[in-house]
Design a protein around this ligand. Structure first.
Ligand code: NAP
Length: 282
């Protein structure tokens, strides 16, 4: 039996339409400041997509482009300037940064109330404690996809492959909050197949093309592929789509699965940040 293909594009479109409706209800349109350091082509494409969809949803595009050789202090000063700018509701510093810059120090300069990527230590701490804050876009998008696909996580065994600050770690925390029993796998996991083949819900975020084949997957499991890889034969994920679709109960494609959700959740976080700031201001 072939798996149900979870349509991330359609769910992301719904989220963006909801964002546009929320924007219209605010006193003024929210502003998102994307910060792009240098001209890395992949980062430039990601930022251009974010800006295009943000404008389409009625969010003001307050983009800042800075040269690749910007000094650490100058970049941190720019973040401080955006923190103090009343027009800016959300700040996103596109990662990775050039090698001479320390990303953690830059990200932690962002006012947690404007941290629409959910990556500051402050917001990561709130998430770790199960408290309300701005959540990282990719794992939050995965949670929404699971909800929209009608997957009830309570009591399920979820396996997350990856433990990065961006995806794996917050993913495991969100699944735990949704009452799943969570196993986290990483590069030192001894027997990956033994772990993943017990999963009711498998989240692949290892960054290794087609790492997950049919033998990694329990028949009927839900498989979410976070990986994105550009290969000579086109795009693929961490999951071997053709093999796994014959075993899984539901599966996200690449492209068209998690990727569109990440941007949609960025827009939603921007509106959330703007409405919080509006509530706080007289
Ligand atoms: P990352 O920082 O490189 O982390 C990868 C994680 O996977 C690490 O925890 C690593 O373990 C683990 N890992 C690596 N090889 C493994 C293996 N063979 N078996 C088991 N675990 C393994 O990557 P990331 O930023 O989390 O991103 C992961 C993937 O998602 C990438 O392909 C990235 O492009 C993609 N991504 C997609 C979106 C989207 O919007 N769809 C957003 C963000 C990222 P260690 O901790 O032991 O090193």
């Amino acid at each position: 039996m072939s798996a149900l293909i979870i349509d991330g594009k359609a769910v992301a479109r719904e989220v963006r339409e909801g964002v546009a409706r929320s924007v219209a209800e605010l006193r003024r349109p929210p502003g998102l400041a994307t910060v792009l350091v240098g001209e890395d082509p992949a980062s430039a494409i990601y930022v251009a997509n974010k800006r295009k969809l943000c404008t389409a949803a009625g969010i003001r595009d307050l983009h800042r482009q800075v040269p690749a050789d910007i000094a650490q202090g100058e970049l941190e000063a720019l973040v401080e300037e955006l923190n103090g700018d009343e027009d800016v509701d959300g700040i996103l510093v596109q990662l990775p940064l050039p090698d001479h810059l320390e990303a953690r120090a830059v990200v932690d300069r962002i006012d947690p109330a404007k941290d629409v990527d959910g990556l500051t230590t402050f917001n990561a701490g709130l998430l770790a404690q199960g408290r309300q804050g701005l959540q990282p876009c990719t794992p939050a998008g995965v949670m929404l996809l699971l909800e929209q696909a009608g997957i009830d996580l309570a009591g399920k065994h979820a396996v997350v492959i990856g433990r990065s600050d961006l995806v794996g770690r917050p993913m495991a925390q969100l699944l735990t909050q949704a009452n799943a029993t969570v196993t986290v796998c990483h590069s030192r996991t001894k027997d990956l197949v033994a772990e993943t083949s017990r999963a009711d819900v498998l989240i692949a975020a290892a960054g290794v093309p087609r790492l997950i084949g049919a033998d990694h997957v329990q028949p009927g499991a839900t498989v979410i592929d976070v990986g994105i890889h550009r290969t000579d034969t086109g795009m693929c994920g961490d999951v071997d789509f053709d093999e796994v679709r014959e075993v899984a109960g539901a599966l996200t494609p690449v492209p068209g699965g998690v990727g569109p959700m990440t941007i949609a959740l960025l827009l939603r976080n921007t509106v959330q940040a703007a409405s919080r700031r509006e509530e706080m201001s007289p």
